[in-house]
Design a binder for this molecule. Structure first.
Ligand SMILES: [Fe+2]
Length: 427
């Protein structure tokens, strides 16, 4: 077995070693070198609209609290008491004037500062706890784009916008597709775990080779899947004439710097429903016809914000990927509400999402089964390697560093692992 001493041996041009999915020491190193030192998605600021609103989540393995302070600023705090390290906030979300540790009653401000120490007379001169040092602790860098909040525990490295690169446009386009120019997360969450490594979900979101096989049961006898966006007569075609598998190569896939990637263009559709016409009217009132047309031309399907978030444009939602252990991952799926769009549109979005990405959906359940089987299959020792060699002609955009290729190319996955190796090799 390869140890984690020389990580570069685990990633070649076309193959990655099974230890990336099986080895606990590598998982721990990922939490330290990727999740604790890169921009990681935390939550959307619409989830904490009022001062005192908070949301508990994790950055890698570490529990954190995203909270709006009294000055309106969103902070991400380590969820630990400055006294004995006890996790302070136990609720998943809520509103609080202050946070109180259940162990010795210390309280904290919503910016993480220590507010009150019980029985303070017990600390002699010179030993009294410090407001900041013994506070909950704020994460070094917190920034947002269009309300999507990311946090980075390291002071070093690029700012959020530089880290996101061309992916920033995806969030801006999404915001512009809302008649009020903003999106919000306010439609509940689908949440589930699978028995497999977190990177399976990342790779799957840039994989257009698998649908005709993994998701065959979700297609009609004609080979066409059910409609996955409003106005579509049917979904994607897995099989064409005489039942032959239709390649998804024409859709394309792109690999971007820092491990990001996206799939698509998507086929354009003509949605003639009254609901859609109303939505277009509202968009045109904001942007005029030209930008509205641009915004409605769906150019991407899944967009990956490496390492832990993916957004789908087809039926707007995000997926947050939370690594729990080398062989256990939790997924959160949030529908995105386009503010100012007809409310009925959001209901339709949620209805479609229930069918595609809930724990009992017709699509994502196939993928989750594949992840669990991959985890099990990779426990065998006869072949230590995973093959990621599929490729097509590649075009490079020098302005953004974006490499685009045919849909079934594994270029985005190779890009995930090139980034993985470079992040993991930081001392
Ligand atoms: Fe899939």
């Amino acid at each position: 077995m390869l140890a984690n001493g020389d990580l570069s041996r685990l990633v070649t041009d076309t193959r990655i070693h099974r230890d990336l999915f099986q080895d606990r020491a590598i998982f721990d190193l990922e939490m330290e070198r990727i999740f604790a030192r890169s921009w990681v998605y935390v939550g959307h600021d619409s989830q904490v609209p009022e001062p005192g609103d908070f949301l508990c989540t994790r950055i890698g393995a570490q529990p954190v609290v995203m909270v709006r302070h009294t000055d309106g600023k969103v902070h991400v705090l380590y969820n630990r008491c400055g006294h004995r390290g006890v996790k302070v906030v136990a609720e998943e979300e809520g509103n609080a004037k202050r946070f109180m540790c259940m162990y010795h009653g210390w309280t904290y401000d919503t910016n993480g500062d220590l507010d009150f120490v019980t029985q303070p007379e017990g600390y002699p001169e010179g030993r009294h706890p410090d407001k900041v040092r013994d506070g909950m602790g704020r994460i070094a860098r917190v920034d947002d784009l269009c309300g999507f909040v990311f946090a980075n525990q390291s002071e070093e490295g690029p700012g959020l916008r530089d880290w996101l690169g061309a992916n920033a446009v995806c969030l801006e386009d999404l915001a512009d597709s809302a008649p009020d120019g903003e999106v919000e997360i306010r439609g509940g969450v689908h949440r589930y775990m699978y028995r497999g490594n977190w990177k399976f979900q990342i790779d799957n979101l840039s994989d257009m080779y698998h649908p005709a096989y993994s998701h065959e049961s979700s297609s009609r006898p004609t080979g066409q899947q059910f409609a996955r966006r409003k106005g579509d007569k049917g979904g994607i075609e897995f099989r064409g004439k005489r039942g032959r598998v239709k390649s998804m190569d024409p859709l394309g896939v792109s690999a971007l710097p820092n491990g990001h990637s996206w799939q698509g263009g998507l086929p354009q559709i003509e949605n003639t429903s009254e609901l859609h016409r109303e939505y277009v009217r509202r968009l045109e009132a904001r942007h005029g016809p030209e930008r509205t047309k641009e915004v409605l031309t769906k150019t991407r399907h899944n967009v990956i914000f490496y390492p832990n978030m993916a957004m789908q444009e087809l039926n707007p939602h995000i997926r947050v990927i939370r690594p729990v252990a080398a062989d256990l991952t939790e997924i959160f799926v949030y529908p995105i509400r386009l503010k100012g769009a007809p409310e009925q549109m959001f209901r339709e979005q949620i209805r479609i999402l229930n069918g595609t990405h809930s724990a009992s959906s017709m699509v994502q359940t196939d993928d989750v089964e594949a992840f669990a089987r991959a985890q099990e299959g990779l426990s065998t020792t006869g072949n230590e390697w995973i093959l990621l060699a599929r490729a097509g002609e590649e075009k490079v955009d020098p302005a953004t560093g974006r490499v685009s290729s045919i849909g079934t190319s594994e270029v985005a996955m190779r890009n995930h692992y090139a980034t993985w190796l470079s992040l993991m090799s930081r001392a």
